[in-house]
Design a binder for this molecule. Structure first.
Ligand SMILES: [Zn+2]
Length: 383
């Protein structure tokens, strides 16, 4: 057992019973939060970290990222900014590059992106497959993902590979591909969208995944209205992600469910598309998470602070709602209660900001405000 006193915290956000504590201390014991309160409490500990009045928040939980890929789509991005619409078809470009890449190339790329995310305060990240789309390439994508996170998601149903019959492909995903990937995955996901998989195909795939012990999550209602969100609720999926084009019935269904609405404003930013109506969701009582959707085509950012700034400025979330969504909301979207907050007993995953308050995350967009990041009480990033 090792213990650590973090003291002289200017503003501590716990998302727990203590709420926000000004001039705080926090004690870590054996990787967990053991005590939270005023800075005058100075117990003897093995180590001590004086953060000199900085703000401390729970580490970000990025519950939606596609990190196992090769190649770049910067040219496609430039074309889109010059007026070409986003259709999702560019996924196939990344599939070709990913299949051609060595394990080592893929691993190095994931490592680079995870390190980038950590430096921006992320302590838990979900990683999806979905750029292999063969049995062998999906299995190796997930095998590599497990080297970096326990939150791995089988997304064989990202898009139907070129030259493949859609029904044949759904059978492959539900059969041989699921068999080869289930040992490396915690979750199963489907891109339910016109041009990708319809709601019946999505239901078949998510049910097959559930039969293999995988929890359900879904890309739903990103580009068009549809039945994806209601399918998520029907199946008690942990999360419906994107939620950009929702009907009133979709919002109500989410509000009456355990399914989290995970908003990915980096995607709307990078595709110059209308943002989801976060206010309608929050005002209806839906649990809202924020995540990066980091991927090379439609949202190539690992920055949760950037997503918070977008959520506040573009989606009219309050800074409090945005921080909660990026931490506790992400944890809910992964059905985790040990992360996303700093209550006693939680994992000591926390981010020290080079700012007096978490408000600066939205107030000072684009500025690298992360000072120190601890996971399980151990530093993973230091100044
Ligand atoms: Zn995605």
């Amino acid at each position: 057992m090792t213990s650590l006193l973090i003291t002289n915290i200017g503003e501590l956000t716990t998302h727990g019973p203590q709420g926000t504590v000004q001039h705080a201390s926090l004690v870590v014991d054996d990787g967990r939060v053991a005590w939270v309160g005023g800075a005058s409490y100075q117990p003897a500990t093995d180590a001590r970290l004086d953060v000199e009045g900085r703000a401390v928040i729970p580490g970000f939980v990025d519950s939606h990222a596609h990190l196992v890929f090769a190649g770049s789509r910067a040219v496609e991005f430039a074309a889109r900014m010059a007026g070409e619409p986003y259709t999702g078809g560019g996924i196939r470009t990344t599939v070709t590059a990913t299949r051609a890449a060595s394990d080592e190339t893929l691993r190095t790329n994931v490592a680079r992106l995870v390190a980038e995310a950590n430096r921006q305060g992320t302590t838990t990240i979900e990683i999806k497959s979905g750029y292999g789309l063969t049995v062998a390439d999906e299995a190796r994508s997930l095998r590599i993902a497990t080297e970096f996170t326990g939150e791995t998601t089988f997304l064989g149903a990202h898009v139907v590979p070129a030259g493949t019959d859609p029904d044949d492909y759904v059978r492959l995903v539900c059969g041989e591909m699921l068999d080869a990937t289930r040992q490396y995955a915690r979750w199963v996901d489907v891109f339910c969208e016109r041009g990708a998989f319809d709601v019946d195909q999505a239901r078949e795939i998510l049910n097959a995944g559930a039969g293999a012990g995988l929890g359900a999550r879904i890309h739903a209602n990103q580009l068009t209205e549809g039945d994806g969100v209601r399918l998520a609720v029907e199946l008690d999926a942990a999360s419906a992600d994107h939620c950009t084009h929702l009907s009133g019935a979709d919002v109500k269904a989410l509000a009456d469910s355990r399914t989290v609405a995970t908003l990915l404003p980096g995607a709307e930013f990078s595709t110059r598309s209308p943002y989801p109506d976060a206010r309608a969701l929050l005002d209806a009582g839906v649990t809202v998470a924020l995540a990066t959707d980091c991927n090379p085509g439609s949202s190539y950012t690992t920055s949760m602070p950037f997503c918070i700034a977008l959520a506040v400025r573009e989606m009219r979330m309050t800074p409090v709602e945005a921080l909660w969504g990026a931490t506790a909301g992400g944890a809910r979207a992964l059905r985790r209660n040990d992360i996303g907050h700093l209550s006693v007993g939680a994992r000591a995953d926390l981010t020290v900001l080079d700012a007096p308050s978490f408000l600066h995350l939205a107030y000072r967009p684009g500025v690298p405000l992360v000072h120190t990041v601890l996971r399980n009480g151990e530093p993973i990033c230091t100044p």
